[in-house]
Ligand binder design. Structure first.
Ligand SMILES: Cc1cc2nc3c(=O)[nH]c(=O)nc-3n(C[C@H](O)[C@H](O)[C@H](O)COP(=O)(O)OP(=O)(O)OC[C@H]3O[C@@H](n4cnc5c(N)ncnc54)[C@H](O)[C@@H]3O)c2cc1C
Length: 419
């Protein structure tokens, strides 16, 4: 085993690791990425003329300077700016997203039930996500959409999640908002428009890579253990001495690598199994993605890449939520079920499947609870005192966007280089 000494060791070449490494302004750096390519969850696959992300990744930049920074570093920037069109399928009908603001699009009886339950809802103590939904939206909105949809997505009992499990990504609306929206529809929810690079999410990854010193990236090299006292990491290739370690791998895995004891039950999450499917001809038009709350349908969401790119053949991403760490799914059987369900909901109608790609994102949506918030904060602080910083969506065990990852990584680079 060879021995390397660097000031900064970075675990992970996804958005967070690359953003940190590129902002550091130091080449006393080694970034280890376990996979053979960079990008983490923002990788893109190109096959049979289709462009697929690991799952539909669309971007809503709140800081225009970050988007500018990325676009300036793209070789051939073709950025699509899209007005979002998304819908929810409820009993063979379609309602605009978010459901709670568009109940007037339901059949009259359902609309009245939702409206009355919303008006006469009984506020209850919001001890968890489930209680928060019932307390704020009333029974019918919850039972028709919010509960079954989120249970399919998170693959858990919603009573086990924190009331703020989705943070700013949850589209809140009170009775007055709903009434105003019925009278004069405003935006249809969060992130009304989004941008997307024609080359897929990986274009943002390649842009971030531009500022990382050449030669400091080691692909296909996994960090397997960390000696916190000695400041030594073992990879599957060598021993690395470091002063500062910045990790973007899932926090529970970092704790295991560092030999820190923790309660596994605090670190629950779902997995998302994604099928990217390319067909021989066009399918439904004028829609970017559809939510499926019905429990009989295997997936919770289907997105239409072809309607974003304006392509002539239907190109889908299909997402299924599963409990993390359960029995591995039988990929062939699941694909058959997905295709059958796509026929049931009318997306596939005599189409021929040309090519497909499958990936399991583990973890995908972490289960944010009071215990996880507390434990992550305490353990991250304790590690930081020893020169180990855990960042990113999974390093911070949270729900966030790639822009949030970049903001966090740049801020850490600024703090560490301030002295
Ligand atoms: C289904 C889904 C849809 C999403 N959609 C959007 C969206 O539309 N817009 C948006 O902004 N965000 C979206 N996100 C969030 C976005 O994917 C993440 O915020 C972002 O990709 C996280 O980047 P990261 O670098 O923090 O983590 P990751 O992408 O997980 O990168 C971590 C990297 O570390 C590597 N690694 C792990 N362990 C080791 C080890 N021991 N040694 C070496 N390397 C290691 C991994 O291989 C990986 O490359 C979505 C997420 C999911 C799950």
């Amino acid at each position: 085993m060879t021995r390397t000494r660097v000031k900064y060791l970075v675990i992970g070449g996804g958005i967070s690791g690359l953003a940190f490494a590129g902002r550091l302004g130091s080449d006393d750096l080694l970034l280890c990425e376990a996979e053979q390519e960079l990008g983490g969850y923002c990788r893109t696959v190109r096959r049979s003329g289709f462009t697929w992300d690991y799952s539909g990744h669309f971007f809503h930049f709140r800081h225009p300077e970050i988007e500018r920074y990325l676009v300036e570093r793209m070789d051939d920037p073709e950025i699509l700016r899209i007005e979002r069109r998304s819908a929810i399928r409820i009993r063979d009908r379609y309602v605009d997203f978010p459901f709670q603001k568009n109940i007037h699009q339901l059949p009259k009886e359902d609309f009245l039930a939702c409206l009355l339950d919303l008006y006469f809802r009984e506020p209850r103590e919001e001890r968890n996500f489930y209680d928060m939904l019932f307390s704020r939206f009333g029974r019918s909105i919850c039972e028709m959409f919010l509960i079954p949809y989120n249970e399919k997505l998170y693959a858990t009992d919603l009573r086990l999640l924190d009331r703020d499990a989705m943070g700013r990504f949850f589209p809140h609306a009170d009775f007055d908002d709903v009434m105003r929206h019925i009278r004069a529809p405003t935006g249809t929810g969060y992130n009304q428009t989004f941008t997307y690079a024609r080359g897929g999410a990986v274009e943002y990854v390649k842009a971030l890579q531009k500022d990382v010193p050449p030669g400091s990236i080691a692909l296909g090299e996994r960090v397997v253990s960390v000696d916190l006292d000695g400041k030594i990491a073992e990879t599957d290739r060598r021993t690395v001495e470091f002063d500062v370690l910045v990790s973007s791998c899932p926090f529970d895995r970092l704790l295991s690598m560092c030999g820190v004891e923790f309660d596994r039950d605090v670190y629950r999450a779902n997995e998302v199994e994604v099928f990217n499917l390319g067909f021989d001809r066009k399918g439904p038009e004028g829609i970017h993605w559809i939510y499926y709350p019905e429990r009989e349908i295997s997936f919770y969401r289907v997105g239409f890449y072809d309607n974003i790119f304006g392509d002539p053949r239907m190109s889908l991403y299909v997402e299924l939520g599963r409990p993390r760490g359960g029995t591995p799914a039988d990929a062939d059987a699941t694909l058959a079920r997905v295709l059958e369900d796509l026929r049931r909901v009318g997306v596939v109608d005599g189409h021929e499947l040309v090519d497909f790609h499958r990936v399991v994102l583990d973890p995908a949506y972490v289960h944010i609870t009071e215990a996880s918030i507390r434990d992550v904060r305490e353990k991250r602080e304790a590690l930081a005192e020893r020169g180990v910083y855990s960042i990113g969506r999974y390093g911070a065990w949270t729900y966030c966007s790639i822009e949030d990852n970049i903001v966090e990584a740049w801020e850490l680079a600024r703090q560490l280089t301030r002295a």
